[in-house]
Design a protein around this ligand. Structure first.
Ligand code: ATP
Ligand code: MG
Length: 346
């Protein structure tokens, strides 16, 4: 499979003021050297705790944010060398769906106008009747009907609003869709419907997804591969088969999985494993491995130098000095946790 998106040493530092009267210039290291490859037709899941840089990374990929450093390629095209006009043309091939459909849909526009806008921006359909047909086709593809056309966003349920957001993202027939926590604001039952819709649309339209979620149980349902982010860095990348077998090599990945609550309360074990400690400040990340302060296996080496992301087995990458120990010691817990997901997923 060839890649649709590739980044090299991608960084985004946000300036923040601190100190008395904002006298010191500091930087939030939101994304801090990411090499990522998203393959054509795959769903790449991105997980990590709040504030680790997932949304920032997603936005950089569409160049909705300017990186501080690094390279980004979209289908082989150097995204950072494009001028505004070229970028606007290329954006037809990229869609985006956000977490909160209510705030991402303009409350003063009807569903018809919301879906017509991308077609007009990219001058995709001239004839008004054809435009209307394309909009209705799209609505039906996401499980809504013609009668929703004249409604306003507040007249729809949360799940229906998210269906409109998805329709808006794919009406230009993009190659790539960034899904930034698209189901987090929805009830469990609606979540499953939206996930199924996304899977179906991907198959029908040949889409490539970057699916961002803090919830690894959602990601394991929809992703082909998953990347785990910690304090601006990707610490592990694996395919879903390794994950289902409990083959996890980074302690952070294991603890992220172990600390997510079971979907059904009656399936919760008495020993809910929790990840201790706060995420350190992204303004001044810890030296050595960024996770060492919270890691049960941390040794001297981990405090001194930062581990690189290396291939531990075919197509499985990890940035850790003790991957085998992690896998062996945490596997029983990981496997027990994974069992809980088997029966409850849609
Ligand atoms: N415009 C900005 N200016 C300053 N700091 C920012 C800005 N946007 C994000 N950040 C900081 O960058 C870091 C990464 O933020 P980001 O939104 O990418 O995290 P996230 O992983 O998407 O979190 P969440 O799961 O809560 O959505 C955070 O520390 C955040 O406070
Ligand atoms: Mg986010």
């Amino acid at each position: 499979m060839s890649s649709l998106i590739e980044t090299k040493n991608l960084k985004k530092y946000f300036p923040v003021k601190s100190g008395l009267f904002g006298s010191r210039n500091l930087f939030v290291h939101a994304v801090d050297g990411v090499d990522l490859e998203i393959k054509k037709g795959e769903t790449f899941g991105l997980a990590g705790e709040s504030g680790c840089g997932k949304s920032t990374l997603g936005r950089l990929l569409l160049r909705l944010l300017e990186p501080t450093q690094g390279e980004i390629y979209f289908d082989g095209i150097d995204l950072l060398s494009m001028d505004k006009k070229q970028l606007r043309t290329l954006r037809r091939r990229m869609g985006i769906v956000f977490q909160d459909p209510k705030s991402s849909l303009n409350p003063r526009m009807t569903i018809y106008d919301i879906l017509k806008r991308p077609l007009d921006i990219h001058k995709l359909v001239k004839d008004e009747n054809e435009k209307r047909e394309r909009i209705i086709d799209m609505l039906e593809a996401v499980g809504l009907t013609e009668e929703h056309l004249i409604r306003y966003p507040h007249e729809l349920s949360g799940g229906q609003q998210q269906r409109v957001s998805i329709a808006r993202a794919i009406i230009t027939h993009p190659d790539f869709v960034l899904l930034d926590e698209p189901t987090s604001a929805l009830d469990i039952s609606v979540q499953a419907q939206i996930l199924n819709l996304l899977v179906r649309l991907q198959l029908e339209l040949g889409l490539t997804y970057l699916f961002i979620s803090h919830d690894i149980s959602v990601l394991q349902y929809i992703s082909d591969r998953i990347g785990i982010m910690y304090l601006g860095k990707i610490v592990e990348i694996f395919n879903i088969k390794d994950f289902r077998r409990g083959e996890i090599y980074h302690p952070y990945t294991a603890y992220l999985l172990l600390s997510t609550p079971a979907l059904h309360p009656e399936k919760r074990t008495s020993e809910q494993v929790v990840l201790h400690g706060e995420v350190p400040s992204p303004i001044n990340p810890p030296s050595g491995c960024r996770f060492h302060l919270r890691c049960p296996f941390a040794g001297n080496e981990c405090k001194k130098s930062e581990p690189e992301l290396v291939e531990v087995k075919k197509n499985h990458y990890v940035a850790c000095y003790h991957p085998e120990q992690t896998k062996e010691e945490l596997r029983p817990l990981v496997k027990e946790k994974l069992k809980m997901y088997e029966s409850v997923l849609p």
